[in-house]
Design a protein around this ligand. Structure first.
Ligand code: HAM
Length: 421
């Protein structure tokens, strides 16, 4: 009988040992830059209450209406988190984090889940890093989020991107704009795509995001929200732009930029890369000044962004950027016979105690096979241990790159390697 064959679910990907060092390297960069920005890490559960995501992200959004993985157990409704803004807001409210004082500057790294049609740069389980800043109404907060985001890409060597910027207004500006937009779209309604017809009633601003060819001509001449901002929202947007100018961060105003979640107010932005193909958004974010209150917390302005880590990896591949060094081990003990194996097994920890990495053969292989294995493991040094060596207390230390050998005691070997580490 044929054995069953198991695979990952569609759009869910294993990160194998050859790949994981670059993930760790990227995570390390994010942690380091977050420390420099004085952002604190938050880790929340993978699953949230369905109701939170529906309320937070928006009932009519694609994410909630089509893409969430949801299930029930007993009386509870679970959803695999499709993003982290709503969960982080939940945590902020649940733990009264405003009581910690000042603005809360949080960052995260982790997996998200969306039941989208997989393609290059689009998975069903994918990873984001992101930032959420609570408590500041000031454009400084918006600009610090953008500066953090850009700094990560620049540090890695990804320079080829475009920052798109818009203001999606506050509720008052948006009501005025929605009216102007539907007045404009009404006479063109019959020519709109089915998707846009559907959005017309529910959320006409999302029509501006349509990729359907038949909508493009209509969208092109639509009124833009930037002409409908009230004084306060306009002033905030001007401040954001002025501060970006001060920092020398280039941007393109895109009045048609509407993001895929309902919570945004005022600033909205996206980072796009020409190196990514059709899924070209590296990262996106914006303000969501009403969400904390919507979720039951005190009125608290907030802003943040999230970046797709798989897309960042794809950009690295395109640009031939290597985030991690090839794997290596400092010392490989080559053992001949059972006594040598036992002795080496014990010495591994002496070497490891010095902060060096050490391994040995686990399979009882011949010396030639062990040498080959040390090469495959990219060992910097091998220590050859046989019965003679054990008797004399001196071992052959072989520098694998230089093909040089010397006879040394284990203490001398460790001292020598310590200096090189
Ligand atoms: P988002 O635009 O939905 O925003 O996602 C941010 C980034 O996650 C995207 O630009 C993209 O790089 C990546 N991404 C999204 N979906 C997928 C997918 N299926 N496969 C691979 N990568 C993907 C948010 O999630 C908001 N929570 C951002 C935010 C934070 N706004 C305010 N604070």
């Amino acid at each position: 009988m044929a054995k069953p064959k198991y695979t990952t679910h569609l759009g869910m990907v294993d990160i194998l040992p050859d790949e994981s060092p670059k993930w760790r390297a990227l995570e390390q960069i994010i942690h380091e830059e977050a420390r420099r920005f004085n952002f604190e890490e938050i880790r929340t559960p993978i699953m949230e209450q369905t109701e939170l995501i529906v309320r937070g992200v928006g009932q009519l959004t694609d994410i909630v209406s089509k893409e969430i993985f949801a299930f029930e157990k007993g009386d509870s409704h679970y959803v695999l988190r499709p993003e982290l803004t709503a969960p982080v807001v939940r945590a902020f409210v649940e733990h009264h984090m405003e009581q910690r004082g000042g603005s809360q500057k949080l960052y995260y790294i982790g997996p998200m889940f969306r039941a989208e049609k997989p393609q290059k740069g689009r998975q069903r389980q994918f990873h984001q890093f992101g930032v959420e800043v609570f408590g500041s109404d000031d454009a400084v907060a918006d600009v610090e989020c953008i500066a953090f985001m850009i700094r990560i890409y620049k540090r890695i060597g990804i320079q080829n991107f475009e920052l798109l910027l818009n203001s999606v207004g506050d509720p008052e500006s948006r009501e005025n704009y929605k009216k102007a937009l539907t007045d404009y779209l009404q006479p063109h309604y019959d020519r709109l795509s089915d998707l846009s017809k559907n959005r017309f009633e529910k959320n006409p601003m999302r029509i501006l995001d349509s990729k359907e060819p038949e909508d493009q001509d209509i969208i092109k001449d639509a009124p833009v929200i930037l002409d409908y901002l009230n004084e306060e929202t306009e002033a905030h947007f001007e401040k954001v732009k002025a501060m970006l100018d001060t920092l020398g961060i280039q941007y393109t105003i895109d009045p048609h930029l509407v993001r895929g979640m309902d919570y945004y107010t005022r600033t909205a932005f996206e980072l796009k890369s020409p190196d990514l193909g059709s899924q070209d958004a590296l990262a996106g974010g914006g303000r969501y000044d009403l969400l904390v209150e919507d979720i039951g917390g005190p009125s608290t302005p907030a802003v943040g962004f999230a970046a797709g880590m798989e897309r960042l990896m794809i950009a690295c591949e395109e640009l031939d950027i290597h985030l991690a060094e090839p794997k290596k081990v400092d010392v490989y003990f080559i053992t001949l016979g059972e006594d040598a194996r036992k002795w080496a097994l014990k010495q591994l920890s002496a070497v490891r105690n010095e902060g060096l990495s050490a391994t040995m053969d686990y399979m009882g292989r011949s010396m030639k096979a062990q040498m080959k294995d040390a090469d495959r493991e990219n060992a910097s040094y091998t220590v050859i241990v046989g019965s003679n060596e054990l008797e004399e207390g001196k071992f052959t230390l072989r520098n694998m790159k230089e093909s040089e050998e010397e006879m040394l005691s284990l203490t001398d070997i460790i001292n020598k390697l310590k200096k090189l580490a």
